[in-house]
Design a protein around this ligand. Structure first.
Ligand code: SAM
Ligand code: SF4
Ligand code: SF4
Length: 383
């Protein structure tokens, strides 16, 4: 059967950026042409019409979409130069999902309950005309649309991203110490250029801005306090991330992890903080606020306090594979379905089937043995 052209299945969506719709969830995003097949489509939902859940009763709520596996940085904990060197085979252009393909899949994911989309990579701002994709996704009702970036291209891109309908950004910055940061990104990129990116994002209203800091023992734990001092009172939310054993090329050792408890006590020693409840079930970062009201910080303790129990995240790689865990080894190939003429209903069913069969809880069962498993790289699967 011929597939539904993306534009047709979007016909009834009120754009731009409408968040209201009188249609039901599935009907809203499945095109007119396939409404008669809705009985098939709703097989993906629970018998009581409730949310699609996996084998551990976790709903599908978030989708991270990697738009490229390439990056202009070589962060030592993510894309070490020794592995991602001159000879490294990145995905060829024709293997990447087109913007139309990504938008079509996103609409289907939204109809399955996804409420939040994060564009990532690799470095997502390296993908040409990303704002065109953002404009397409911003037309899908009810989606919270955000992006994670290393900030290097934000000064020239922030305005266009905002105008296209992006709501917020998360910027990664591991230290304010220029020497430390240049060594961590390993391409000699200066701190002040990322700070300029953060300022540009703030100026155009891509707020609240989150700042991701991966903490690696012996490398940047001395940056924790200066970062907290610098961003306190700015409205930006610093998020400290425990160094993870993603992929198989960063040479991860448990000893390199600075536990969340240590990160928090380092900050608490100078700036009193208190815990804040999560914004929603399954929120990745534990939230804390300064007792004097000068802002908030987050800590992502995926190694020492795993949160698989509430994990509602799926990941779509740049070549269209669906992964149900950051530490997965294989993903379901949706690109072949898209390019092989599968209908929306077929793809919808495939996604629902993958999610219903999901039982991932890698961080909860992490051990010396799991660390050695051949996992896909974070720059490919999307952080
Ligand atoms: N290039 C973009 C960036 O750096 O923000 C987006 C992709 S990056 C893979 C997404 C996030 O994953 C970044 O905040 C990065 O710091 C984080 N990350 C990468 N490798 C990590 C690791 N081994 N442990 C913890 N976080 C990691
Ligand atoms: Fe690139 Fe982001 Fe990975 Fe750093 S963390 S190498 S910026 S993808
Ligand atoms: Fe989710 Fe997998 Fe991370 Fe657990 S290890 S929180 S299941 S992505």
């Amino acid at each position: 059967m011929a597939c539904i052209p993306a534009a047709r299945s979007q016909d009834r969506i009120h754009c731009p950026r409408s968040r209201s719709s009188s249609f039901g969830m599935a009907e809203r995003t499945i095109g007119t042409y396939e409404r008669r097949s809705l009985a098939v489509v709703t097989r993906g939902l629970q018998p009581d019409g409730g949310r699609l859940t996996d084998r551990l009763q976790r709903p599908l709520r978030d989708l991270r979409i990697s738009v490229t596996d390439r990056c202009n940085f070589r962060c030592v904990y993510c894309m070490p130069k020794e592995v991602f060197g001159r000879d490294y085979q990145f995905l060829e252009r024709e293997k990447l999902l087109s913007f139309e393909e990504i938008a079509r899949l996103t609409r289907l994911f939204a109809s399955l309950g996804v409420e939040k989309i994060r564009l990532t990579g690799g470095e997502p701002l390296l993908r040409r005309q990303l704002e065109r994709l953002i404009a397409m996704l911003a037309c899908i009702p009810g989606l919270d649309l955000t992006l994670t970036t290393n900030g290097s291209l934000l000064p020239e891109k922030a305005q266009a991203l905002k105008e296209a309908g992006l709501r917020r950004v998360t910027v990664s910055l591991d230290s304010l110490d220029d020497k430390v940061f240049r060594a961590m990104n390993d391409v000699d990129f200066a701190v002040e250029r990322v700070l300029a990116g953060i300022d540009a994002a703030a100026r155009v209203g891509l707020t609240p801005i989150k700042i991701n800091v991966v903490v690696k023992r012996g490398v940047n734990e001395h940056s924790i306090l200066p970062m907290a001092r610098y961003f306190r009172g700015t409205g930006h939310i610093l998020r400290f991330i425990e160094y993870m054993d993603v992929g198989h090329s960063n040479g991860w050792r448990l000893n390199d992890v600075v536990p969340a408890t240590v990160i928090l006590s380092t900050i608490r020693a100078e700036m009193p903080i208190e815990p804040v409840g999560p914004n929603y079930r399954g929120e990745v970062a534990g939230r804390w606020r300064y007792c004097d009201g000068s802002g908030e910080i987050g800590v992502i303790a995926s190694v020492t306090q795993p949160f698989c129990r509430d994990c509602s995240r799926a990941r779509l790689s740049a070549d269209g594979r669906l992964f149900t865990c950051l530490f997965a080894m294989t993903g379901r190939d949706l690109r072949s379905m898209l390019r092989g003429g599968a209908s929306d209903v077929d793809i919808w069913d495939a996604i629902a089937g993958v999610w219903r069969g999901r039982s991932d809880r890698y961080s909860e069962i992490r051990s010396a043995a799991t660390v050695r498993l051949p996992k896909v790289e974070m720059s490919y699967i999307g952080g």
